[in-house]
Ligand binder design. Structure first.
Ligand code: SF4
Length: 89
């Protein structure tokens, strides 16, 4: 769900879009294509609280990080691995 900044309003609590307070992006967001600028500050166009998206690891909405699963790790077939282990006994 994209945040529509044409509905953004500045309130005492900060910038709000449809009643949701928007938090500015965090350092890790730099380079992400979802960043939107509003009144000189940068926000995420997808998620109101970018810091929360990064708290548990890489933001799953980010466009600038490589998150291809299994990269650098050889896939192990558990069945074959156990047969191999059994043979070695
Ligand atoms: S999608 Fe994730 S990385 Fe990109 S701006 Fe939003 S919170 Fe930051």
């Amino acid at each position: 769900m994209a945040v529509d900044f044409s509905n953004a309003v500045t309130t005492d609590e900060g910038v709000q879009v449809n009643g949701v307070v928007m938090h500015q992006i965090v350092e890790q967001c730099e380079g992400c294509e979802r960043i939107k600028e509003f009144e000189g500050a940068k926000y995420c166009g997808t998620y109101p609280q970018p810091a929360a998206k990064w708290r548990l690891g890489i933001c799953n909405f980010s466009t600038h990080t490589k998150t291809a699963p299994g990269k650098g790790k050889a896939k192990v077939n558990p069945l074959k691995a156990s047969k191999r282990a059994a043979k070695g006994r």
